[in-house]
Design a protein around this ligand. Structure first.
Ligand SMILES: CC(C)(COP(=O)(O)OP(=O)(O)OC[C@H]1O[C@@H](n2cnc3c(N)ncnc32)[C@H](O)[C@@H]1OP(=O)(O)O)[C@@H](O)C(=O)NCCC(=O)NCCS
Length: 144
């Protein structure tokens, strides 16, 4: 992931995807399931980096608004922004847009991840602000 300048909503658009034939629906446009898989993975990585813990899970995804479509060969970019740090949770807002036209493809107002302990129980993470750095990368993920 490379850092980018946040848009007017404060969202950082980091990951880009190239819409391939296996990502298409019966209408020949981008399949919603592929988009959701991309977003869930992006949100997991974001939560790991914000909460400093590799053991985070998706708890809740709010209404998904498929604003417009994308075609095979299109370049799309995904963005996330933390909107609330709870005690054990992190809430994010997501947007996927066409990289060239910047037209919105999908928005999700609320994606909630929960920080877990070794037994899979909710664990207080202790953070309340967004980091734009890599200072919270879990030590278990770095080599000595
Ligand atoms: C994640 C899990 C351990 C949480 O257990 P739980 O009993 O709901 O735990 P809690 O009630 O203590 O809630 C934990 C946090 O989630 C939040 N939360 C719970 N339900 C929520 C909901 N419906 N919407 C938004 N946030 C919710 C709580 O507010 C709390 O956040 P906070 O500590 O920041 O206030 C449990 O629900 C679980 O294992 N779910 C399956 C997760 C999973 O496998 N996801 C992958 C997709 S299949």
């Amino acid at each position: 992931m490379e850092p980018t300048t946040p848009d007017e909503d404060g969202i950082n658009f980091r990951t880009r995807k190239w819409v391939r034939p296996e990502d298409l629906n019966a209408n020949g446009t981008l399949f919603g399931g592929s988009l959701l898989r991309w977003i869930d993975e992006e949100a997991a990585i974001y939560a790991i980096l914000q909460l400093g813990n590799g053991k985070v899970v998706t708890k809740y995804i709010s209404e998904i608004n498929f604003v417009s479509s994308a075609q095979q060969g299109d370049l799309v970019e995904m963005g996330l922004r933390a909107t609330r740090f709870g005690r054990t949770s992190l809430t994010m807002r997501a947007e996927v847009r066409n990289m060239i036209t910047r037209q919105s493809i999908l928005t999700i107002e609320k994606i909630v991840f929960v920080n877990l302990d070794a037994d899979g129980q909710p664990l207080a993470h202790g953070y309340s602000t967004i980091t734009y750095d890599r200072d919270r990368i879990p030590s278990s993920m770095t080599t000595a």
